[in-house]
Design a protein around this ligand. Sequence first.
Ligand code: NAD
Ligand code: UDP
Ligand code: UDP
Length: 321
Amino acid sequence: MESRRILVTGGAGFLGSHLCERLLDDGHEVLCVDNFFTGRRRNIERLFDDRKFELLRHDVTFPLFVEVDEIYNLACPASPIHYQFDPVQTTKTSVIGAINMLGLAKRLRVKVFQASTSEVYGDPTVHPQPESYWGHVNPLGPRACYDEGKRCAETLFFDYHRQHRLKIKVARIFNTYGPRMHPKDGRVVSNFIVQALQNQPITVYGEGQQTRSFCYVDDLIRGFVALMDAPDAVTGPINIGNPTEFTIRQLAETVIDLTGSRSPLVFEPLPADDPKQRRPDISAAERLLGWRPTIALREGLVRTIAYFDELLGKCDGAPER
Ligand code: NAD
Ligand code: UDP
Ligand code: UDP
């Protein structure tokens, strides 16, 4: 395969760092752009010795003039506590960030990939969610800065595609977990594992009857690359996620079982607009990309628990950024 120079925005984050590594392993040059809002140097420090890896501290809400052959746009906080910390900046990152990356792709005439999200479906009334479902999003609630920002970014991607004939790839990512999640990220898998390893109470929001479908990070990254390398006609939006659905309570019990933890479950209020159910219909990814996840939840959790166990052992629960 020919070597390309590839821009990854949000490359110091959880998913971005795995993507940078995969692209370097494939022999490409990688330009990682990140403002370190939620990303961490430790996620990418092992890549600093690779002469094909370059890091640029930059906020995608400002224009970016670089020369690359392909763009993956992942920059955006993904955890509710982080994207709700500065909601205006979250919407700006999705919308103005998308405009800048699309403008860059247009000048260079290169393919551009957007990390969209299952949150475009909101609290879905159709289950499982196919790409044709328009969604059920509260445009005024606390999640709207993320959901509507990502929806608007999709609109921009499809308008640049129609208006400027840009080659676009839009992935709708469902809940993903794995090594390099931030221990204080606030997402359910990292919270439960950190709590279980420390024998602290496991914080189940609501009664834990809401569902999610968790994809292991390696499966997801394989899906990203399959979409980027698919024929130009495959623009998406395309669901990338694991269709095996669990209640949050089942997740808590599985984590306790795998860690041998003494943690009790504690029930806390359900956050506003928390989706009650979520599961991807991945028939399009199977048909168009030949992609499906292969790593079951228990197997992925074992790997993720090993990562957190080492991290907490090293840093006493308060790792440096
Ligand atoms: P993350 O928070 O670990 O990574 C996001 C990265 O973007 C961080 O490194 C952060 O510093 C960077 N960033 C944020 N704002 C920026 C800005 N204005 N300019 C430059 N960099 C900026 O989150 P993640 O889980 O790795 O998510 C990556 C992408 O995938 C996001 O776009 C997210 O919306 C999407 N996504 C993730 C999931 C998931 O389950 N992890 C699900 C759906 C969608
Ligand atoms: N842009 C960028 N890098 C480039 C080209 C464009 O960051 O190499 C930005 C540019 O600043 C603009 C946005 O992308 O704000 C959209 O560019 P486009 O050409 O679509 O629109 P225009 O410049 O005509 O407003
Ligand atoms: N959740 C929970 N305890 C936690 C963190 C999250 O019960 O400590 C729940 C949350 O209310 C939601 C689900 O787990 O129903 C997934 O939350 P997460 O923030 O990981 O992702 P998202 O809501 O964006 O899917």
